[in-house]
Design a protein around this ligand. Sequence first.
Ligand code: HOZ
Length: 430
Amino acid sequence: MNLHSSEELFAAACQVLPGGVNSPVRAYRSVGLTPRFIQRAEGSYIYDVEGRRYIDYVCSWGPMILGHNHPVIREAVEKAVVDGLSFGAPTPREVEIAQLMVEMVPGLEMVRMVNSGTEAVMSALRLARGATGRDKLIKFEGCYHGHSDCMLVNAGSSALAGGHPSSSGVPVGAAKDTLTAQFNDLSSVQALLEANRGEVAAVIVEPVAANMGVVGPAPGFLQGLRELCDQHGALLIFDEVITGFRLAPGGAQEYFGVKADLVTYGKIIGGGMPVGAYGGSRALMEHVAPCGPVYQAGTLSGNPVAMAAGLAQLRYLHDHPQVYTHINHMGASLAQDMGKLCETSPVPVAINQVGSLLSPFFTPTEVSTFVDAKGSDVGMYARYFGEMLQRGIYLAPAQFEAMFLSDAHSAEDLTATLEAFQQTLEALSH
Ligand code: HOZ
């Protein structure tokens, strides 16, 4: 293909891919620009096809916690490829990665590997329904759990940015048992549980909402969910596709000290390859086929190359716990320094941060609920995005996404980012 610029590639892509992309947010529609086509990435940097270098805060939407093209992961993949790409049969590495996950996450006893976060959530929900014999589910408005039918109701992420939080094509029947509560509002959950007594199989939550921008749980919110679920015999599912192995080795369960019944994973556990997983206690997981009647299967589940990448990344995290100190510290200091710059700017910005996840909201109020997040000026975000991109900073091209830090980000990267942020604030104030 003799196309050189992002513009040329995007024009060609639009002829053969809906919106020119394979996942909507990548089309840059909410920021009104042409997406950068990427050639390669290394450490904290990503390079477009025209050779421009950016400091990357997308990090493939979370998987690249060690930075891009980490030698340990690359070597593990290279080694695995030599033995073959897929067998559709058990392999030693899938046992090793499961053992490691069980070791790193308190309370996790068994896992099932799948191919994406969407698949992990879909399967965990089926398991919750199968194990409880109940059909209803409670999710939170603005939380995103992948694109399975019953979760595309009041969803966040690009569903929200595209103005379709509830997708067309979802049969009424598939969504009728999905009830929606408000993130950080326990009374909304309590009301739904009481109105549907004995019928709710599970409450599913992103423990840190990271698909409405980043909104952390209010003190007591996750603990309160735990208690409400126990009172009503519903299972608590933490969707840790983003937070798993990111906030701490044991993810949000460890970080916030709250135990879920089922947990879903993706992103980091694949080291950059397409992997998801769901897990929980042995008693619950043994409902899954072939042990029990909850059916779920997959030709590429536990794919040997993907397992090699995920295992190498998890082993590295297990053996280098200082990664967490580093990325969480960078998150806090970047948020603090951005916040300081905002204090003297006429542009109202609220910076939210939990661990290595951040997001700026263009609003004068604090953002602790989905309503607050929706109050953010998305037009201003679009301008901010363009200004930062021009200054070599690669951010999520939509307000309702997160900024991700990796172990490869350096103090120099943060300084350069803050300089760009300061100049951007100045540009936005005119
Ligand atoms: N749902 C992802 C963002 N929250 C989109 C990922 C992608 O486009 O790669």
